[in-house]
Design a protein. Structure first.
Length: 181
């Protein structure tokens, strides 16, 4: 069975279709497809990969514009290697574009504590209206993210008080965004 990268362009709004297709054209061919999760951005449903398996060393970024580089960085936050997810999260977390929150919020519901710490250190740099809008448009996605935070705390970090666990601190911050204007 052959696979291609073109479906990865569906992780971004249709207004970025040309840029997204340019980004996926520089990715090496994957050895298998990945599952996706759906979120709403504006009035569109996006299909974001849960994991990707491309070797970042084989990606030639030289022909990409800054915007395309940002899209690539978003996709690399979905990489199977947590170190790579962390590296590319750090490069996008302060960006204020509507396609960024799905990639950041998804990482909040994962188990790598170092990734959660990157999010926590940058909470004050997130664009509140941007994240508020995304979280309000995606209540089921946010609820699932909070459930995952609880599960990972219970499994790996229960020795910490809930109030001290970074995942709960982030979700509390995000809950406050949702409930305020």
């Amino acid at each position: 069975m052959s696979y291609n990268n073109s479906d990865l362009a569906n992780a971004f709004p249709s207004s970025l279709r040309g840029d997204a297709l340019q980004v996926v054209s520089v990715l090496p061919q994957p050895t298998w497809n990945t599952e996706t999760f759906s979120v709403y951005v504006g009035d569109e449903t996006l299909s974001v990969p849960y994991r990707i398996y491309h070797d970042p060393e084989l990606i030639d970024r030289t022909c990409l514009t800054p915007r395309q580089g940002e899209l690539l960085d978003c996709l690399l936050t979905r990489h199977h290697d947590g170190f790579i997810r962390e590296k590319y999260l750090a490069s996008i977390i302060c960006a204020n574009n509507e396609w960024i929150p799905p990639f950041v919020v998804q990482l909040v519901g994962e188990y790598v504590i170092e990734i959660l710490q990157v999010v926590s250190r940058n909470l004050n740099l997130l664009d509140p209206p941007l994240y508020r809008r995304f979280l309000r448009e995606n209540p089921k996605f946010f609820a699932l993210t909070k459930q995952r935070v609880i599960s990972y705390w219970n499994c790996y970090y229960r020795w910490q008080r809930r109030a001290d666990y970074v995942g709960f601190q982030i979700t509390t911050f995000m809950e406050n965004l949702v409930t305020t204007d």
